[in-house]
Each structure stands twice: as C-alpha cells, then as structure tokens.
Design a protein around this ligand. Structure first.
Ligand SMILES: [Zn+2]
Length: 464
C-alpha cells in the first residue's frame, strides 16, 4: 500500500525533480533516477524500524526463553542483587505500578519513581558495555545509535568526568563523520541510509554542543544539511517517497520530513553561527508543508489519507514544534505541540501505562491493539520533557517520568540486562519476533535519563 502510494507520488513529481536534480550537486544520481527514482533496497516482512534481519542476533539472545510481561524470569545472578534490592524497595511487584497512587501522594509517588529511575540509569550504563560495539559503531542498532550513542557518551563523559565515556565518544564522532562523508559522496548511498545518516548528523550536533567546538566537522555538517534540504525541496518539503532502508515505509512521510526539520533545528539549537537563522527558516518551511499534508485537527497523520492515530509522527512533531518555538518565540508552535499531547491520549493503554504505537504492529505480527515499542516511548518521553521546559507545566514532567518508569518496568529484561524492542499481546519481545533488541534504543533511553537528570531537573524552567 505504502509502496504504491509512494511510487505514484514520485512519478507524479518526477519530471520537475529530474530537472532540478540534473542541475544539483548530484548529476550522477539524476542520471540514475529514471530507472527507479529513490528506490529502496526492499527487504522481507521484517523490514521495519530498528530491524535488520541480516544482522545476527547474539546466541545468548536467541537462547533466551520467552518471558511474560508480568515477570522478570528467574535464575537472577548475584550481580543483580544491589539493583534488585533497590528495585524492591520501590517496586511493589513486577508489572504493577511501581508506586501505588492510593498509598502515596503525587509528590511522593514521583520521588519514588525518580529514585528507581536513577538506579536504573546506573544499571543501564553498566549494561551498555555489553552491547555489540566496534570502533564507534554499535553493531546491534538499527540506525539510531549514531545519534544517541555519541550524544550520551559525550554528554555524560563530560558531566561525570569519565575518560572511558569520552574515548567512546571520540570513536563515535569519527564513525559518524565517516557516515556523513559517504552520504556527501553519493546521494544514492545517502537515500539508502537516510535514517542512519540523519542520526549521525544529529549526533555530531550533540558533540558540537557539548564541546562547544563544531570546527573540525562544521563544513561537512553544513553540506550534509544543505543536501538534505535540497532533497526536501525536490518533493515540496514533504518526503512522501520511498527512501532509506526502511525509514519512510516504517515511520511514514510525516515523521521522516519532521526528522529533516529537526536536523535543521538541532543545528540552530546547538551551533550558534551565521547559518543558524537560515536553518530555522528552513525548518519552519518544512513544518508548513507537513501541516498542509498531514495536520488533521490537533493531530498529525502518518501520511495523507491514513486516518489511523499513530504515535510516531505526533511525538516527532511535538519535538520539532517545541524547538521551533524556542528558536522563534512564536507561541503558536507551542500551542500546536500541546494540542498534539491531547490528541494522542486515546493511545494510552490504561492497563500497562504505555502509549500504543501501531506503526510496526502488523509487521511484528501483533494480534491485538496491545502493541508498543521502546523507541516510540523514548520519543514521547523526550517530547514531554521539552514541553515541560517550554511551558513550566509540571504535568508534562510527571507524564514524562511516568513513561520512563513504564519503560523501566515493562521493556527491561533483567536476565539479559537490556531493554527489548517492543511489547505486544501481553508479552515482551521474543527472539523469534522480526525485531527483538536495538542497542540504539537503549542508548536513547540513557540519553533521555541523562537529559532528565542533568538538564531538566538540574535547571528547572521558570514558573514551574
Ligand atoms: Zn532503535
């Protein structure tokens, strides 16, 4: 369905795109386009977010037994004991609310959740050393580690004075820059690896902000963003085309277009130079196009014509609109972001506390609407934290902490020491599911916990 729609869109816009490409910095790519413009290396049914069937799962992962949502299994080794004791002091039972709202007032409940989150934060940092990794490349991720791996290790390395973290960050910086340079050398390579390259560029923005020195790679980052914007221009700033390994098909054109806007905004947010204003204006133009294509009342559509309510495009737009508000002082953006939060409430699962995220439910074989993913909860938590910073409204902070608490309680596999990819039909991800584990999403959770602790709570917004 998506493929058909995308192809017709591509061909409809094709002649104009071809002319513009022929004049662009990618004439070689323009020549390739008539064969199959912006074609995707399609994979099988498992061709979904955070998934790459060609990547082998660790044997220990494959051997892990299925585990119901309401238990963390057994055979817990002694090394978990401190974490277990800390958890028990707060958690009244696995799979239940970590604090009973009836027993604690809201403030105490939040304090208890935070206390458990800080233990979890420490534990997940230890767990992360076991993730597949080679010279700046997290080998068990699905394209997102270049952002959150570099982001977390450069931030935490400096905040906590950790030389081991800083050397990981240096390796990741080199790896990310290599991805960007490959994308600059070939647009077809870029479009085949769109998500990973955008994530690498976002990671470099993090690095530039943390070190206050984008100098070593600023020229290439600028060129990458310019090329990304040129690509957007070809499609009237709404990427309803097939692109990347799985980016568009999985996340949808609204989310991917929003990611391009976010790249412009994160540049302006983290690197203050003469290009910043231009980047902000470019992001505003992309948002206008997304609005024209996909704004439906208070919510954003996955793509035009698809009326189902999705979490991904909405959380991405919350982030984009909040950043745009911060950089322009135009409150309309903030109000739309707040409206989105209202619009996604029907996705909240009253039993488990997570927000359902149906984007890959079908591919993963979910039999019910009870489906959610780690990355979607991460993006939601991040968007809520930024909403709190922008509004000072403690309700957003409380909901962000609640979502992170749900991640800790629901997606974490204590035996393996890692957050798994999704939950569905009342159980956590199984090794036999098309997706099972993404180290990038685990690093994203680490990044968000760092953000909560060191940015949000350390420097609360005025009026909160
Ligand atoms: Zn991931």
């Amino acid at each position: 369905m998506i493929g058909e729609l995308s192809r017709s869109t591509v061909f409809y816009r094709w002649p104009a795109a071809q002319n513009r490409l022929a004049k662009s910095r990618y004439p070689d790519f323009a020549r390739r386009l008539p064969v199959f413009p912006l074609s995707v290396r399609r994979k099988g049914p498992g061709d979904v977010a955070c998934n790459d069937a060609s990547r082998p799962s660790p044997s220990s992962v494959l051997a892990a037994p299925p585990r119901p949502l309401d238990g963390h299994g057994h055979g817990v080794s002694w090394r978990w004991l401190p974490f277990l004791l800390l958890s028990i002091s707060v958690v009244l039972g696995c799979g239940q609310e970590s604090v009973e709202p009836d027993m604690l007032d809201a403030e105490d409940a939040q304090s208890a959740r935070l206390e458990a989150l800080w233990s979890f934060y420490a534990q997940l940092q230890e767990d992360a050393w076991q993730f597949g990794y080679s010279q700046g490349d997290w080998t068990e991720d699905y394209g997102d580690a270049p952002f959150y791996g570099l982001g977390f290790y450069i931030r935490a390395g400096r905040a906590y004075d950790r030389d081991d973290y800083l050397s990981v960050a240096e390796e990741a910086r080199v790896y990310n820059l290599d991805l960007v340079e490959q994308a600059l050398a070939s647009l077809s390579w870029y479009t085949d690896h769109f998500e990973e390259v955008v994530m690498a560029a976002l990671g470099l923005c993090e690095y530039a902000d943390a070190t206050e020195d984008p100098g070593p790679f600023l020229d290439r980052l600028d060129q990458l963003i310019d090329n990304t914007n040129d690509l957007l221009t070809l499609f009237s700033d709404y990427l309803d085309v097939e692109l990347g390994d799985y980016a568009i098909a999985t996340y949808g054109p609204t989310t991917i277009s929003a990611a391009a806007a976010l790249l412009n905004l994160q540049y302006a947010y983290t690197i203050d130079n003469q290009r910043s204003q231009q980047r902000i204006e470019r992001a505003a133009a992309i948002v206008r196009s997304i609005d024209e294509n996909a704004l439906d009342g208070q919510r954003y559509l996955f793509r035009p014509g698809d009326q189902k309510l999705y979490l991904y495009p909405n959380t991405m737009m919350m982030l984009v609109l909040c950043r745009l508000y911060e950089l322009t002082d135009n409150r309309t953006y903030l109000e739309v972001a707040q409206g989105i939060f209202q619009a996604i409430q029907p996705l909240k699962d009253p039993q488990h506390g997570y927000y359902r995220s149906p984007y890959s439910a079908q591919t993963m074989g979910a039999q019910t609407e009870d489906y959610s993913t780690l990355s979607s909860q991460n993006y939601l938590a991040m968007a809520l934290l930024v909403l709190y910073q922008d509004t000072g409204d403690a309700a957003y902070l409380s909901e962000a902490i609640s979502v992170l608490d749900v991640i800790r309680r629901t997606f974490y596999d204590l035996e393996q020491g890692r957050l798994l990819h999704h939950v569905m039909d009342g159980r956590i991800a199984l090794p036999t599911d098309p997706e099972y584990f993404c180290s990038g999403c685990n690093l994203q959770t680490l990044y968000i916990l760092w953000y909560l602790k060191e940015e949000v709570l350390a420097d609360p917004p005025a009026g909160s």
